[in-house]
Design a binder for this molecule. Structure first.
Ligand code: PLP
Ligand code: COI
Length: 354
């Protein structure tokens, strides 16, 4: 199938959520005998894996998540994909994997967008084409040693406006019976192996009526780390919006989020005070923060009204939607991503050609 026009697939764009739906196909590259191949566009949504592969047997796998969308001028762009390329390389290094170069990564993500151009949701729908690069050890390594072969995949799925019915504050629960990441562990990398062990806590949180699971530091269980699939940011409102302070945990065991980095750089450009430091749970309890949110590629910014811990509700806000500071951040990020305002940071990256 050849690439058609943006958003020409027969899809009800307004009904999209965040789940897999088939597209034209994915990009697949193989590293073998010391080099990457040319890559191919594969239309079947399956890969061949060796039964003894280090990916299947020992979890030698890492991944990324980024989005492409149609901007106001009709062109399709990605957002800061260089950062995802670098983070994949960093993740790979923590599991002794051979990673694609930045150039190869950028070629792969732009090619997959081009090949799936009909699945890029139209400007104004609030949707995007979510790209999932993943790297997996695929050589037959019965022993616990790094693979001698790697498969690098990028697949694409159209996803809907996360906030179809408008942004609403939600609740979270602090997880006490599981540590997401040890101080010298792999919390700062996007290894698949970090995620499956969070499933029991997140599932229990959902069953108990909480949307987000929030983890504390494993060593002392007194500092905020991050949510299961996004970072934690807090805001202290000032006398006026110009006096806003934005704070995010400084910890070696949380994922360095590209969304958080974007938010902090924007906040700095607004003249706000930006602080990265350990955040004691006690400060959250004391009511110091006026706005708290989770932030990441999938959710962008999800404001939190209540955090539950050990039978107690910590009330953050009675707002039903974003508070003033996060609203300014959110609307600026969206406007920048859609190129409704000038991208003076040079964060947008052309996706249709390569
Ligand atoms: N933290 C975790 C554990 C995540 O899975 C994600 C999602 O990718 C993030 C934070 C947010 O990172 P980013 O903004 O780069 O998507
Ligand atoms: C993303 O936000 O891109 C992620 O990878 C989160 C995922 C666990 C849904």
């Amino acid at each position: 199938m050849t690439a058609g026009k943006v958003a020409s697939a027969n899809i009800d764009w307004s009904s999209l959520g965040f789940s897999f739906i088939p597209t034209n196909g994915h990009m697949k590259y193989t590293w073998k005998d010391g080099k990457w191949d040319q890559g191919e566009f594969v239309t079947e949504p399956w890969i061949n894996m060796h039964i003894a592969s280090s990916g299947l047997n020992y979890g030698q796998e890492c991944f990324e998540g980024l989005k492409a969308w149609q901007c106001k001028d009709g062109k399709v762009r990605l957002f800061r994909p260089q950062n995802n390329a670098d983070r994949l390389r960093y993740s790979a290094s923590k599991a002794c994997m051979v990673a694609p170069s930045r150039e190869l990564f950028l070629e792969a993500v732009t090619r997959v967008v081009k090949e799936n151009i009909e699945y890029v949701p139209p400007y104004g729908s609030g949707g995007s084409l979510y790209l999932r690069p993943l790297l997996v050890g695929n050589g037959p390594m019965l022993n616990l040693i790094p693979s001698n072969e790697y498969t690098f995949i990028v697949y694409a799925v159209p996803v809907g406006n996360f906030y179809k019915d408008g942004i609403k504050t939600t609740n979270a629960i602090i997880i006490d019976d599981f540590d997401r990441a040890a101080p010298l562990g792999t919390g700062s990398v996007k290894l698949g192996g970090n995620y499956a062990p969070c499933l029991p806590s997140t599932q229990a949180a959902h069953e108990a009526g909480y949307t987000m699971a929030l983890f504390l530091d494993a060593a002392t269980r007194t500092y905020i780390e991050e949510f299961s699939s996004c970072n934690f940011i807090a805001v202290i409102n000032g006398e006026s919006i110009e006096d806003t302070t934005i704070i995010t945990p400084d910890s070696p065991s949380i994922l360095p989020s590209i969304t958080t980095q974007t938010i902090l750089e924007l906040a700095e450009s607004f003249g706000w005070k930006v602080i990265r430091r350990p955040i004691p749970l006690e400060e959250v309890r004391s009511g110091k923060f006026d706005e708290i949110a989770g932030c990441g590629t999938a959710v962008i910014v999800t404001p939190v009204h209540t955090i539950h811990h050990q039978g107690q509700d910590i009330k953050i806000t009675s707002n039903k939607t974003l508070g003033p500071a996060l609203e300014k951040i959110y609307s600026t990020v969206r406007a920048l991503q859609m190129l409704e305002i000038e991208d003076k940071f040079d964060w947008s990256y052309p996706a249709e050609g390569f």
